[in-house]
Design a protein around this ligand. Sequence first.
Ligand SMILES: [Zn+2]
Ligand SMILES: [Zn+2]
Length: 235
Amino acid sequence: MLARVGRRIGSVLFSGSCFLCRGKAEALLCRACDADLPRLGPELCPRCALASPAGAVCGRCLTQPPAYDATTAALAYRFPADALVQALKFRGELALAPFLGDLVAKCISSIDVDYVVPVPLSPQRLRSRGYNQALEIAREVLRRIAPATAVRLAPELCGRNRDTAAQMDLPLAERARNVRGAFHCPRLLAGARVAVLDDVMTTGATLEEMAATLKRAGAARVVNWVVARTFPSHV
Ligand SMILES: [Zn+2]
Ligand SMILES: [Zn+2]
């Protein structure tokens, strides 16, 4: 497995061709594909990162405030952002982690956190996949922001109790129930400020459960840093 992943990283890093279109490129993506990435603008709710005029807190967050305090998302989860995220998550394309981590780091306006905690995988899924894509991205985000701050990567602050059905395979309405009780914090987090890192935010059910768990353990503030945000059609 590792040898295979290693070869793949090599081919991605040194091929000189764009990861998406295979055209000539000096970076992971050629300029045209990079320009095509669905980067998100400022017209987003600061709390949930869904579209909101003038970047005001949206009605849903006002009437039913989520457990997390803010969300930063780099991209909309549609082509080609979804292709990049899925290649890292399911195909072992670990060379995408620095690229995606860089996108997230550039969107973080204030680093007002003490810890960055990636959404954990269950031990079973970690064994079968061999890596946690959220941890790989978090490492790269930290590499870019840490020199200027005291923020620390702390995957040990939150564990996953059990394997849940993949959120992607479930109807939206069942996702909150699916992740309920899925996480635990092994120690108290008295007053800590935490950024939770994930690759994709869809309904926000996983991040809501993580934030609620971290706050029950004493975290004072929980923000989400995500690569890509899905925009539900009904919102
Ligand atoms: Zn290209
Ligand atoms: Zn909102």
